[in-house]
Ligand binder design. Structure first.
Ligand code: PXP
Length: 242
């Protein structure tokens, strides 16, 4: 059964709506851990629209489980990661105009640059995960550039409209998970997962960790962080349906 990584970016989004000091993603991370989260995830974006350097710094000192820093690959981010030394860096594509991460990283096309970044981060003692679409060529390239793990983009599964489309997208994630496992990569999943769609992804045996943000923070606003995290863990770790 997968571990839950809780992404607290959107606690910072709420703070930045007023550009003040609360709610603090650091406090949210501590509550998520008390409720059973086994990893805290933050995305330090180039435009610092939600998580700030200060958040990352304090989280490095306070997170008791594992800190996963999502980041694009420009030199500035590689430098910050090498200084902060999160347990894991997840490389993601980033465009300023996007509302959230859209699509996986094209490791195949950017093999050289990504390979250099992976090497630098691993040299700093950081495990590297690559956020990719469930596509065999991207999995193979992730292995070839030296990634320790992949995070499979579950966005298309989550956005699928008809039961047939949902099944098709799920199948892609299942096949990709098996392929990645065959390459010796640790397999994670994330993006768009919520309380209604998470179970079938959590049932995929090769998936070791799920990274979930928006749906948990949205529920936390109404019922509190600890309850929101516990309810997600209950869904992820319940016995498989089939
Ligand atoms: N994984 C990655 C790589 C992401 O970029 C995001 C969004 O920050 C997530 C997981 C979490 O997605 P969501 O907020 O939709 O749960």
């Amino acid at each position: 059964m997968p571990r839950l990584g809780v992404n607290v970016d959107h606690v910072a989004t709420l703070r930045e709506a007023r550009r003040i000091t609360y709610p603090d993603p650091v406090t949210a991370a501590a509550l998520a851990e008390l409720a059973g989260a086994e990893c805290i995830v933050v995305h330090l974006r180039e435009d610092r629209r939600h998580i700030k350097d200060r958040d990352l710094q304090i989280l490095r000192e306070t997170v008791q489980t594992s800190l996963n820093m999502e980041m694009a690959a420009p030199a500035e981010m590689v430098k910050i990661a090498s200084q902060i030394r999160p347990n894991v860096s997840t490389l993601v594509p980033e465009r300023r105009e996007e509302l959230t991460t859209e699509g996986g990283l094209d490791v195949l096309k950017n093999r050289e640059r990504i390979g250099q970044v992976v090497k630098t981060l691993k040299g700093a003692g950081i495990k590297v995960s690559l956020f990719i679409d469930p596509v065999l060529e991207q999995i193979r390239a992730s292995h070839e550039v030296g990634g320790d793990a992949i995070e499979i983009h579950t966005g298309l599964y989550c956005e699928a409209k008809t039961p047939h489309e949902v099944d098709e997208e799920l199948k892609k994630v299942m096949i990709a998970s098996r392929e990645a496992n065959g390459f010796g990569l640790e397999v994670k999943g994330g993006h768009g997962l919520n309380y209604f769609n998470v179970s079938r992804i959590a049932d995929i045996p090769e998936i070791e960790e799920l990274s979930i943000g928006h749906s948990i923070v949205a529920r936390a606003v109404l019922v509190g962080m600890e309850r929101a995290v516990r309810e997600m863990i209950a869904l992820i770790q319940r016995p498989p349906l089939v």
